[in-house]
Each structure stands twice: as C-alpha cells, then as structure tokens.
Design a protein around this ligand. Structure first.
Ligand SMILES: NC(=O)c1ccc[n+]([C@@H]2O[C@H](COP(=O)([O-])OP(=O)(O)OC[C@H]3O[C@@H](n4cnc5c(N)ncnc54)[C@H](OP(=O)(O)O)[C@@H]3O)[C@@H](O)[C@H]2O)c1
Length: 228
C-alpha cells in the first residue's frame, strides 16, 4: 500500500511516516515544497541510521496525493482547508485519515482547549471539503512523541471513526501493524467530535507532567470483535 503523509514535515507527520516505513508500507512525505519534503526524508534516514530507504520518498502535496492509495493529513487546523483543496483532485475516490486537532491554539488560544467548529469535528469539516474522498478520523490521540519514539511500541489506542466501512477496514489493517497500537472503531464520522476532544485533555495532562506522551486505552474490548 502506498501512503502519502500530506503535510508530513511536522512532528505528527514524521512520526506516522516512520511508523509506516517500519511496517513496510511505501510512504511518500508530502509538503508544500519539494525541498521541505526532501529534508524530512533525509531526517528520517538520519534517525533510522540508513543511507537509503527504498520505501520512502518526497513529493509536493498534490503529487503525493495523486500517487498514493491512502492519504494521511497532518497539518494544523488553520492549514486544513487550503491543504485539502490543494490535493482535491488526487484525493478523489481515496481514503484520507485526518489527524487534525481542533485546538484553540489555531486562533491564538490554548492547545488544552477545543475549538467548536460549525461543521462539528475537524474530520467532518474535511469530509465537507472533500466530498469524493472517504475521510476517517485517526491518529488524533497518539502524540508525536510516542510516534517518534520509534524503537518502542506505542502505549495508546487509535480511536477511529468514519462513514465508509470498507475504508475503515483498510485504515484499521494499516494502523494495527504499528506495534502496541490497538485500533478501536468508534462508529460514524460524527464520533470524531468526541475523539478529537480527547486530544486537548491529553495535551493538558502532558503539560502538567502527570504523564509523558500520554495516550488513551479502551479496556474490556473483545479482541475477537475487531472491525475486520
Ligand atoms: N503533534 C502532536 O503530538 C499531535 C497529536 C495528535 C494530533 N496532532 C494533529 O496533527 C496535526 C499536525 O500536527 P504537527 O504538530 O505535526 O503540526 P505542525 O508541525 O505545526 O505542522 C505540520 C505541517 O503542516 C504544514 N503547515 C503548517 N502551517 C501551515 C500553513 N499555515 N499552511 C499550510 N501548511 C502548513 C507544514 O508543512 P509544509 O511547510 O512542509 O508544507 C508543517 O510542517 C495538527 O492538526 C495537530 O493538531 C498532533
């Protein structure tokens, strides 16, 4: 599977890229500029201490979206609309996992508080911007710190939601390969309104240092009741 990380040059995008490179997927780091995308690829090579990573490449966001089978969006809320519009053509008919956090910091406030968007969740907003793409809320609650700690399994579940079951199954199979992560299907996309609100809570706990790279686990799940 070819996965494009749109806006993959920040902490969250780099971490997700490294994790998918490690699971053997083909990964394209997308950016607004080829230079930044290539610098991110070079950084991953340095971190993984490899001269070549055959399953990793750089591209500008629209080209990355066209080439990939599955997309992951990792840009701040303020950049969500413009970034999605820039990949609209390539994203049509594909799956887009959206990690966008609707944090108050997007308008100069605190990252420990939520913004209330007219569309509902940030992922619902993404779905409205890209009606021909199957949007899935994913990776909201996994911190970049946990993702970047790439020699260790991740102690956090990946809560997902989306309206297309087949797309959720594809996404879940990919995410489940990341060591330590348990995918929990929370239902339709509107559940992203709850999933996304957990993120500022975790950020607040991390700032108070009551935890480091704090995550969330859902207990009591029947392991036989996976989405696939
Ligand atoms: N960091 C975390 O621990 C974490 C955890 C859960 C969810 N998230 C969510 O994941 C998303 C990415 O987080 P992050 O910390 O990786 O973000 P970031 O480092 O601030 O930004 C990621 C990338 O987005 C692009 N970007 C930034 N500002 C932009 C703008 N004004 N217009 C267009 N593109 C812009 C940049 O890529 P180019 O310049 O290369 O185009 C940048 O490298 C956010 O929505 C965040 O809420 C983050």
């Amino acid at each position: 599977m070819k996965i494009a990380i749109i806006g993959g040059t920040g902490g969250q995008g780099l971490g997700i890229a490294i994790r998918f490179v490690q699971t053997g997927e083909d990964v394209i780091i997308g950016s607004r500029t080829m230079e930044k995308a290539q610098a991110a690829v070079d950084k991953i090579k340095e971190l993984l201490e490899k001269e070549e990573i055959p399953n990793l490449k750089a591209a500008e966001n629209p080209d990355a979206a066209k080439e990939a089978d599955v997309l992951v969006l990792t840009v701040p809320l303020a950049a969500q609309r413009a970034t999605l519009l820039s990949i609209k053509e390539g994203a049509a008919g594909k799956i887009l996992m959206d990690a966008t956090g609707p944090l108050e910091s997007a308008i100069g406030g605190s990252p420990t508080r939520c913004l209330y968007l007219p569309e509902g969740a940030a992922s619902e907003r993404a779905q409205k911007i890209l009606p021909e793409t199957n949007v899935i809320c994913a990776f909201n609650n996994i911190s970049s710190g946990a993702l970047m700690n790439f020699n260790e399994p991740i102690d956090c579940d990946c809560l997902i939601s989306g309206d297309d079951l087949e797309s959720k199954v594809t996404a879940a199979k990919l995410i489940d390969k990341i060591p330590g992560v348990q995918v929990v299907d929370c239902g339709p996309l509107e559940r992203a309104q709850i999933i996304e609100k957990i993120t500022p809570l975790l950020i607040g706990l991390n700032i108070k240092k009551t935890c480091k790279d704090g995550g969330i686990r859902i207990t009591g799940l029947d392991p036989e009741c996976k989405i696939y």
